[in-house]
Design a protein around this ligand. Structure first.
Ligand SMILES: Cc1cc2nc3c(=O)[nH]c(=O)nc-3n(C[C@H](O)[C@H](O)[C@H](O)COP(=O)(O)OP(=O)(O)OC[C@H]3O[C@@H](n4cnc5c(N)ncnc54)[C@H](O)[C@@H]3O)c2cc1C
Length: 342
């Protein structure tokens, strides 16, 4: 059997692509190496994600999940400046609210929707090696056997599976940036971080937010690129019990030099990584997955050539990336008053 598309990774990018492909009547196979629920950082979502949830058909499941909502961010970005509340905005329905979407649950909702739309899911199943016919990528070797496909979509996240397997060039746009993050139980007074706090100091920035009823998340990034270490904890949370050991991640700004060809596409973090102050990794993952799925559907319908689809997608994602790094540079050089957090 030859699939229309095989998608590697059931995070937001992979599930979004799978949902749209299946809805378009294409034959999609989704491979996920981990059993769900599995943890991922990246809870904070701008209210602008709501139309995306609706387009993917998960708006009511997200509502039922009851994620913590927030009206904006508290920001201390200039040194010695007072804290400022930056609201998302409002309309005649009331104040706009973002989500602290607990990722094991959000990703489970997305995966269930993909299955409900008819996507074949192999889990836990790891993509092991690409299979070529000449220069053409035609399939994958996986834990569950070899499979053939017309398109390979890589949504493997920061492991950047296909980029590594194909030996693609990565373009780096920042010095090394290591981000450390963790979670604490906050049985008392969790409400102080109901509105997340982004705080800059001389050596870096710290972000704090309540992400569950009794759980706070923190993220720390130092401007010198050095990991603050396993024992670092924001002073505000030092008396609270750790929920799990903190973790460091390399969030150096980077993009694959090649983002798509006539037989494969890179999506989400598998294509582009930016530090969390850019604040919309999940949104970019969802939108890149949807964009790729729409373009592939157009190639099957004969509305666009395969090369045209690869070119359009690469331009779109590259422009978004360069826009974000311009914003991040303004932020860190002090030209911008506040982080993107959009
Ligand atoms: C500390 C931190 C804080 C962040 N905060 C935010 C935030 O507040 N808001 C926000 O929007 N973003 C945030 N991000 C970014 C966000 O986490 C990512 O951008 C987002 O998860 C990317 O989604 P994805 O679908 O590309 O990849 P992922 O969510 O990483 O999913 C990739 C999937 O692929 C699977 N996989 C990998 N290799 C294989 C293989 N060989 N075979 C099969 N499956 C495979 C993995 O198991 C995983 O399930 C943060 C990141 C960090 C590190």
């Amino acid at each position: 059997m030859v699939y229309d598309a095989i998608i590697i990774g059931a995070g937001p990018a992979g599930c979004a692509a799978a949902i749209i492909l299946a809805r378009s009547g294409l034959n999609a196979l989704l491979l996920e190496t981990s059993a769900f629920p599995r943890h991922r950082p990246g809870e904070s979502l701008h209210p602008g994600v709501e139309p995306i949830f609706a387009a993917l058909g998960i708006a009511s499941a997200v509502k039922t999940a009851g994620f913590v909502r927030h009206i904006g961010h508290r920001i201390v970005w200039s040194l010695n400046a007072p804290e400022q509340l930056e609201r998302f905005g409002s309309d005649d329905q009331g104040e706009w609210k973002g989500y602290q979407a607990w990722r094991p649950e959000l990703d489970q909702i997305l995966l269930q929707q993909a299955q409900a739309q008819g996507v074949t899911v192999w889990q836990p199943c790891q993509a092991r090696a690409p299979i070529f016919n000449g220069n053409q990528l035609i399939g994958l070797d996986t834990d569950w056997g070899n499979i053939q496909t017309r398109y390979v979509l890589d949504a493997s996240g920061r492991s950047q599976w296909l980029l590594r397997k194909l030996g693609l060039n990565t373009l780096k746009y920042s010095p090394q940036l290591i981000v450390r993050y963790g979670y604490v139980h906050c049985f008392q007074g969790p409400s102080i971080f109901d509105i997340p706090l982004m705080q800059r100091d001389i050596t870096g920035w710290t972000w704090l937010a309540r992400v569950r009823q009794e759980r706070c998340a923190w993220v720390r990034m130092q401007f010198d690129g050095i990991d603050p270490g396993r024992n670092w904890r924001p002073p505000q949370l030092k008396d609270w019990v750790e929920f799990c050991p903190s973790k460091g991640e390399n969030m150096t700004w980077r993009i694959s030099e090649t983002l798509a060809t006539e037989s494969w596409f890179l999506m989400g973090d598998a294509a582009v990584v930016l530090d969390p102050a850019s604040s919309h990794g999940v949104l970019r993952a969802l939108m890149s997955g949807m964009q790729v799925a729409h373009l592939i559907t157009s190639t099957f319908r004969g509305n666009i050539s395969k090369a045209g689809a690869a070119g359009l997608y690469s331009r779109w994602l590259r422009e978004w990336f360069y826009h974000d790094i311009t914003r991040l540079r303004e932020l860190y050089s002090g030209k911008s008053r506040e982080p993107a957090l959009s």
